[in-house]
Design a protein around this ligand. Structure first.
Ligand code: GLN
Length: 189
């Protein structure tokens, strides 16, 4: 049984849960999803992989650093304890990885600029260069990328990878293609 933790601070949580369940069915994998709201939720479960949904990074930082939660520092610590732990971070989640603002090293080595694809009204759908259907919602933009390029949109980097840690500026959970959620599960195998 593979245990997947999902940060429930805010944002596109339920779509991610549906996407990971579809991916598990496609791979005939038995999985359990653990909803993480507090540091204790993380400490009381042994998760194999982590999903950081999109939403609003400012809200996630406030909630996740609040004394009633402290989930965010616990998650950063979990990632830093073992670099190989699989993580799928999307949009606001990617912002948190590139810019954890906790005084520690970034979890992926890339510059990132919030809302740089424009406002809500500028949200768009477009096929990535690899054919993946990219859904971009008030998406951030990567600047200089010092880790591995995972995927591009018209040549521009929209996904960065460091080993099993993947940060995407789009929303794979809002497309029918479960490739990225399958990758997360396959990294646990
Ligand atoms: N604009 C959001 C932020 O700055 C990210 C948008 C998203 O996750 N869809 O956190």
């Amino acid at each position: 049984m593979v245990v997947i933790g999902i940060a429930m601070l805010q944002g596109a949580r339920h779509a991610h849960m549906d996407a990971i369940l579809s991916a598990a069915t496609e791979l005939s994998m038995d999985i359990e999803i653990v909803e993480l709201r507090t540091k204790d939720d993380l400490e009381n479960h042994s998760i194999d992989a982590l999903m950081l949904p999109g939403g609003e990074s400012t809200v996630m930082r406030l909630r996740g650093n609040d004394d009633t939660s402290r989930l965010l520092p616990a998650l950063f610590n979990w990632m830093r304890e073992n670099e190989a732990r699989p993580v799928l971070a999307t949009c606001a989640g990617a912002i948190l990885l590139a810019d954890p603002q906790d005084g520690g090293a970034p979890l992926i080595d890339a510059d990132i600029d919030r809302n740089a694809f424009g406002r809500q009204a500028d949200s768009f759908e477009s096929a990535l260069d690899c054919g993946f259907p990219g859904v971009f919602i008030r998406a951030p933009r990567f600047g200089e990328v010092r880790d591995t390029v995972e995927c591009t949109l018209s040549g521009e980097v929209v996904g960065v990878r460091r080993g099993n840690r993947i940060a995407l500026t789009f929303h794979p959970e809002l497309s029918e293609d479960s490739r990225y959620h399958r990758m997360l599960l396959e990294a646990c195998a």
